[in-house]
Design a protein. Structure first.
Length: 452
């Protein structure tokens, strides 16, 4: 703790002023049991698969966190990667690695694909201030679509990351053909000493749309570079002509882990901090409120154990007790920093973090094999034992949407074995789940099917 912060703490100890605060109640999705499902193996032999795409010829591209792009042809996973980025990546620790893949909308003609990975630092970004560089690159497959040309890399976007976590990484092309890029807030950061909310150490980058590209969804034109950039800016992006970076589509997200489109709607799974996991249907110009809110309500303002271990004097800080209260009370106290109007777009789904603590965004099911899931958004949770959920907008509208936990047949607890890293959807609308057992060769891709 800085000296002036400690002096300020002494001045406010014993007073729990709510000046600049808003009271809110928490909101949870109603939970129920869903249909019984099982899985059909699709790909085995991977280790930590973080994404998968389906090629027009029926082959599949699978990305490994450690930097390899693998190909499955004729039902067999090829031993040698079709691309290996490990030599140009930062050390894979925390949530760093090869974390996102998307095919160009005209892939069948141009063979272009896009990868998000954690790149090595340059002299411009010293190690004592930065962790790595979030890199978005374009590559081209060979004409016969049997490999990826490593010399075809075009680095489209680079953004320095302050920490090794909250890395996000999802990529998705929207209906207009623009690429949407998910970036987390990078790590916890101090909101600054200019107001009483200095204690709110939860990643202020997500509300700072002028100085970084973190904590939100970017929307860029990869086909029409402009203004000395390797990408263009859609003219209808929400901050064009306004105060803020033109690349933003939406912001106020902590760790938007996996995104997808369905019928023009952008679904985002956003990993929570202390109390809640959230799923959003985002929209152009949406501020989803992190770190001022966690989900639709105020979360604990700081990690209590962390602040007390750093400085035992924090046990006397009324804001630490406020944090404790926010963990357990349905009525929560929320700070409102200067310049925030609290016009936040709340989640469609949110659930408490007891037992399920890291949401993994999925896809809306559009297949024919499971009629009960038709039109429902299927997603999961990374923390084992991992649940898989389904949700759809209720007839009366409103938020949050109710969720059903799908029951995994032939498992000890009705949940999936392995940590849920990602989902995929094939051209027929069937949904797949990507998992790992954290050991070499334990990665699996399985198609979700009904239990007989």
């Amino acid at each position: 703790m800085k000296r002036r912060q400690f002096l300020r703490l002494g001045a406010i100890t014993g007073t729990a002023s709510l000046a600049g605060c808003t009271l809110q109640t928490s909101s949870d999705s109603e939970k129920s049991s869903g249909i019984a499902i099982t899985f059909e193996p699709e790909v085995t032999g991977a280790t930590f698969p973080t994404g998968m795409e389906f090629l027009p010829n029926g082959d599949k591209l699978l990305i490994e966190r450690t930097g390899q792009v693998l190909m499955q042809s004729n039902g067999e996973l090829r031993r040698e990667p079709v691309l290996d980025l490990s030599d140009q990546m930062a050390q894979v620790t925390g949530e760093k690695g090869l974390v996102g893949i998307a095919l160009h909308p005209d892939f069948a003609d141009n063979g272009k694909l896009y990868l998000r990975y954690s790149g090595q630092l340059t002299e411009e970004y010293p190690e004592d201030e930065w962790s790595h560089i979030a890199v978005l690159s374009e590559f081209e497959m060979t004409p016969d679509r049997s490999g990826i040309d490593p010399d075809s890399e075009r680095r489209i976007l680079e953004e320095p990351e302050p920490g090794q976590v909250h890395n996000a990484g999802g990529l998705a092309f929207g209906p207009e053909g623009y690429l949407h890029v998910a970036l987390g807030d990078g790590q916890r950061t101090d909101l600054g000493d200019t107001s009483w909310s200095w204690w709110h150490e939860q990643g202020g980058a997500a509300q700072n749309t002028t100085d970084n590209l973190l904590g939100g969804i970017l929307r860029i034109d990869v086909d029409n570079p402009s203004d000395d950039r390797e990408y263009g800016i859609p003219s209808d992006n929400p901050l064009v002509g306004e105060n803020g970076r033109d690349e933003y589509f939406a912001w106020g997200l902590r760790n938007p882990y996996k995104i997808s489109f369905d019928e023009g709607r952008l679904f985002i799974g956003d990993v929570g901090e202390q109390t809640r996991e959230s799923v959003y249907v985002s929209e152009k110009g949406a501020n989803h409120g992190w770190p001022i809110v966690e989900g639709s309500s105020c979360g604990p303002s700081t990690a209590v154990g962390h602040t007390i271990s750093d400085n035992p004097a924090n046990i006397f800080n009324p804001k630490v007790w406020q944090s404790v209260t926010n963990r357990v009370s349905p009525v929560k106290v929320c700070p409102t920093p200067e310049g925030t109007d609290r016009s936040f777009v709340h989640p469609i789904v949110e659930y408490r973090r007891s037992g399920s603590r890291s949401v993994t965004g999925g896809y809306v099911y559009r297949g024919e094999g499971i009629p009960e899931l038709q039109g429902k958004y299927v997603f999961g949770d990374f923390v084992q034992p991992c649940p898989i959920f389904a949700t759809e907008q209720p007839d009366g509208g409103g938020k949050p949407w109710p969720i059903q936990e799908l029951v995994v047949e032939d498992s000890e607890n009705g949940r999936i074995d392995g940590a849920v890293l990602s989902f995929a959807r094939d051209p027929q609308g069937e949904v797949y789940v990507l998992t790992t057992g954290f050991e070499q060769g334990s990665g699996k891709v399985r198609r979700i099917v009904t239990a007989e």
